[in-house]
Design a protein around this ligand. Structure first.
Ligand code: TYD
Length: 219
């Protein structure tokens, strides 16, 4: 009798990029690619669907701003994103990985290091992430500011807290710097995301197939 095939290790894969880089569109296609290879997948995102994530979405849209009052402080944003991430890990990501499912997330810790470093001290933002799970692979979808802004406009997306071109420029620089640093937050691969949806998906699929071939089945 042939022994049962050992199941592969569950993978944690993250898509990152500036607003309008295509992470949300590409996440669904990536999940489909993994499923087509016979894997169980949990697609997810940050801010998460949990209580802190919901609060964050309201703040991002300016729903809590009142005339004459200051916007929510950048350090408070960093604390909320860090708290949402731990909530997301504890209630969604870790249980799915433990059950053997791959987890693909639209944004994770690099978002905090790229965005909150614009409005708070980066070493402090990094400390908030101490000890959290490192992704198996983070794919950075890199795209020029103007291309991303045009995509957001065409999609009719409401204006959010970090949408100003100057902010997006700094966030993009932060991402590119993070991708070139030693892999403290796991392996980061940068892809040119200015092509069509299918072109970018094909480039992501190549990286994912490479990752799966490297992993192989657990013996
Ligand atoms: P986005 O991912 O574009 O979602 P939606 O499609 O709902 O607008 O928006 C999330 C915003 O939150 C985006 O501007 C990036 C920002 N963000 C941070 O600043 N820090 C973080 O840690 C995360 C996860 C997101």
């Amino acid at each position: 009798m042939t022994p049962p095939r050992p199941s592969p290790r569950a993978l944690f894969i993250v898509l990152e990029g500036i607003d309008g880089s295509g992470t949300t569109t590409q996440l669904e296609l990536l999940a489909g690619h993994l499923r087509a290879r016979g894997r169980q997948v949990l697609p997810t995102r940050e801010p998460s669907g949990g209580p802190i994530g919901k609060l964050l979405r309201g703040i991002l849209l300016g729903q809590h701003d009142t005339v004459g009052a200051r916007p929510v402080d950048g350090r408070v944003m960093a604390l909320l994103f860090a708290a949402d991430r731990r909530d997301h890990l504890a209630r969604e990501i870790e249980p799915a990985l433990a059950a053997g499912d791959d987890v693909v997330s639209d944004r994770y810790v690099l978002s905090s290091l790229a965005y909150q470093a614009v409005e708070a001290d980066r070493p402090w933002v990094e400390r908030l992430a101490d000890g959290i799970r490192t992704p198996d692979l983070t794919i950075l979808l890199d795209v020029p500011i103007a291309v991303a802004a045009d995509r957001r406009q065409r999609a009719g997306r409401p204006t959010e807290r970090y949408d100003a071109d100057g902010t997006q420029e700094r966030v993009r620089e932060n991402y590119r710097r993070l991708a070139s640093e030693p892999a403290r937050w796991g392996k980061v691969t940068t892809l040119d995301a200015s092509g069509t949806v299918q072109e970018v998906h094909a480039a992501i699929a190549v990286e994912i197939d490479r990752l799966m071939d490297r992993e192989g089945p657990i013996s």
